[in-house]
Design a protein around this ligand. Structure first.
Ligand code: KQY
Length: 368
């Protein structure tokens, strides 16, 4: 049974591992919102099945499903994927799921952040978001890990840990007025140190251009292993992404990580730019928070992949750049098996493979 802890993870010796470390499970949740996913999420569901099936080759997958979609999800998903009924507002496990921590003895606990649908009443994408906000605690209850309830807003997609004391994030997101307007940058760093057990924060100025999450770090870069990252780069000086990626490159190449290492950067190509088609926009129900119009630029990036137990599940986005992205990733992950999954339907919903998955690190109590 899980208990709520009143202390801080860092003082208890817990910290956030890197994604490259072993996982016991990966959790996802089933798409269904007709104002975010076209055609009642029919095509997104197929993409989620493909992502879950790829992960499940090496890591057990748990899929959360709303009651109305249970039978449909069970029918579409391979038998080895565990389907668990749970309530939620949309399906971004990276952001509403718990962030798991380990201590030196490989015991596990987790953090439940406050979630406000990427901006609450300032510029959030939907209302209400209360069911999403309750998911992390329910998840920790189901995995029987003790819970730290963080008293501030944060989404899992806005942080990357290297598991050795370095946390990567963006100023654009964490300092955005729609997240924690009462906290200074210094106070946010202190919270990150307390709740994630990290020693140093590397602040990129911005995330991917026109990303509806206010610049999540997981859509522009990814940690390969301590001291090594991949970064989305752009070779067209007239594209707004060019200057953003250039600044990110400068920050990463001019800083050392928490252990004093220079940070090695692998440069990923940028797909597209890609835009929403007329046909795609027509299949989405209008809503107040989410702009979904034909011609809208999509927040598409190859950096939004998942590492899990020796596999890298990465998005296929544009046949002009997919092979180049695969080559860069294979060079960055020479020992990993790369699996490309068609991800345009996920990108149409505003995120990608990393955003729809949440890994649970392997602990000593869950051997194997
Ligand atoms: O980037 C992520 N971690 C999530 C994207 C959420 C988009 C909501 N429509």
């Amino acid at each position: 049974m899980s208990q709520q802890r009143k202390t801080l993870p860092a003082e208890d010796g817990f910290s956030m591992p890197g994604e490259h470390q072993p996982h016991s499970e990966v959790w996802m949740s089933w798409p269904m919102r007709p104002d975010n996913w076209r055609m009642g999420a029919k095509y997104a569901q197929q993409a989620f099945v493909a992502v879950a099936s790829a992960i499940a080759r090496r890591t057990p997958v748990v899929m959360l499903v709303n009651h109305a979609q249970y039978a449909n999800a069970r029918m579409q998903l391979p038998a080895q994927i565990k389907v668990v009924e749970m309530s939620y507002n949309d399906c971004w496990m990276r952001d509403m799921g718990a962030t798991y921590l380990l201590n030196q003895a490989q015991q596990r606990r987790g953090v439940s952040w406050q979630f406000n649908a990427w901006g609450g009443l300032v510029d959030g994408l939907y209302f209400p978001w209360d069911l999403d906000n309750a998911v992390a605690e329910k998840m920790l209850n189901l995995t029987e890990d003790d819970i730290y309830c963080a008293p501030f807003i944060l989404e899992g997609g806005s942080i990357h840990s290297d598991g050795e004391g370095t946390l990567y994030t963006t100023e654009e997101c964490l300092l955005h007025p729609s997240r924690n307007p009462g906290l200074s940058k210094r106070q946010i760093e202190t919270h990150l140190q307390n709740y994630l057990g990290i020693d140093k924060v590397v602040w990129l100025p911005q995330g991917l251009y026109d990303d509806e999450t206010n610049g999540h770090v997981d859509n522009i870069m990814h940690v390969v292993k301590p001291g090594e990252v991949v970064l989305t780069c752009c070779d067209d000086p007239s594209d707004p992404q060019y200057a953003i990626s250039k600044k990110a490159y400068q920050v990463l190449s001019s800083q050392s990580d928490a252990k004093g290492r220079a940070i090695k950067i692998h440069q990923l190509p940028m797909p597209g730019p890609l835009y929403m088609s007329e046909q795609e926009a027509e299949g989405i129900e209008p809503s107040a928070g989410m702009k979904r119009q034909a011609g809208e630029r999509l927040g598409a990036s190859y950096a939004n992949f998942l590492i899990s137990n020796g596999q890298v599940i990465f998005p296929l986005l544009d046949e002009r750049t997919d092979q180049q992205a695969r080559d860069v990733l294979q060079q960055a992950f020479p020992e990993h098996q790369l699996i490309g999954v068609e991800a345009r339907e996920i990108v149409l919903g505003g995120g990608n493979i990393h955003c729809i998955t949440q890994q649970i690190p392997r602990s000593k109590s869950l051997a194997g």
